[in-house]
Design a protein around this ligand. Sequence first.
Ligand SMILES: *Cc1c(COP(=O)(O)O)cnc(C)c1O
Length: 523
Amino acid sequence: MGGIDTFHRVFQPLLFHTLRVNPTIPELQQAFADHAHELAAFVLEPLVQGAAGILLQPPGFLREARALCHSHGVLLVADEVATGFGRTGTMFACDQEGVTPDLLTLAKGLSGGYLPVAATMATDEVFRQFLGLPEERLTFFHGHSFGGNALGCAAALASLDLFQREQTLASLPPKIAALRARLSAKIASLPHVFEIRQKGLMVGIELRRSDSRPYSPEEAVGARVCRIVRRHGVILRPLGSVVVLMPPLSVTTDQIDRLVDATAAAITEATSHPLPAPALPPSPSPHPTTAAAPLRGIFLVGTDTGVGKTTVAVGLLTLARARGLAPVPFKPVETGASPDPDDALRLRSAAGRDALPREIICPYAFSPPVAPALAAEQASTRLTLDGIISAARRAAALGDFLLVESAGGVLSPYSENLTTADLAAALGLPVLLVARNALGTINHAALAIAELHRRHLPLTGVLFVDTTPLCTPDRPHNSRFVRALTGVRILGTLPFLPVPTPDGVAAALRLNVDVDLLLPRLR
Ligand SMILES: *Cc1c(COP(=O)(O)O)cnc(C)c1O
């Protein structure tokens, strides 16, 4: 019955005919006047359309729908999956207009969200249509394996118990009022806030440009807010350019204040530079070797070895290809090659450049798992700046975006007087610092940033990587401290992925990291 092209296009020929109305009373009346004879049911989310963007219906709309359905013999189906169980301030949204639907769908709040359980309620009149002798074949056969799941039902009963014991509904009005007051004090007047729509503990904050033009989907302004607000310890979900607040009903007024303040700060930050800046233009390098044409690309450096740089690089290469770029990876040196430089081969494959000779992507591969300078020494080779830079330019010429993965950290040595930082300076590419999100990272990241700043290298930001599934107590806070100590932009955190496939990493980066600052958009 929905109308979302992405979801429905393929199935269009199989679907039955649906008529859609905008939520205004005159349009609803007109639709019934024109079509009542061919309508089976009118389906709506009462009072608020949730996933559509927290859209509020005018007062009386639901009551009018009930009356029209009643007088034309059309079933009224209320989808209260989102609005049910106190979300709008009453047990059901339908209560607010004194309406009883013929069918009522329930899920999310039924178990407080803790276990998956859903229910469809019907009036006796509807229910009776399915009663009869077996040979009458009136049975409602639509069922599924886990219908009536006992554990789900136990969770639902426990949640309903809490409703009674804690007097949940009675506790809501002051919370709803506090939320309204705080939104109005802290958010309503922000220049990019177009409208705040609130029903109970359900809020949509619609963002527009300061001249009221809507943001384009590509700008993903809601997603930017949600990414930033995590740094304040708050998890939100966007619906396009609408930021949604749906705190649990047990929220306290202190928590409401914190939620709104964090949201206000995140909106302010996300809208202060209007568009995600495209990848920074390469800054001119002082080094004579690169006085030639500037390169386009990015230079990845770690806070340490083993921080997830290669995984990040694989994801960025995959995203770059999806944006229509022809990225070329370049890993000047790989040590611990046994015998193949596996990381470089992963990069080559993620870039879709398996046909390129390995030496283009990774000119130097050594088997001892030691720093590049030592590995070269033991192989009686000497790595030089000119040698590496000309190899980088050779690789760059084969595509339109060079992704350099350096070895180890900022001062990892390629020879006794050549470090990663020297390579970054000579290439003049924007630098991305990849940090392992673990105890110790604040110091490592701050030191690395201090050195990058000292050398005036163009640092785009810091990307944290959860390199293990274990969430240590420091983890949620590391990025905040790095930001505070260094002032450098935090681009996000790549969550731990047990099997980091290129597409999986790319999807996780897109969701969790401000990739627009790293990769240019062609379209
Ligand atoms: C989440 C949601 C659904 C989906 O419910 P399921 O039980 O997962 O099928 C349906 N309707 C509304 C209004 C929802 O918000």
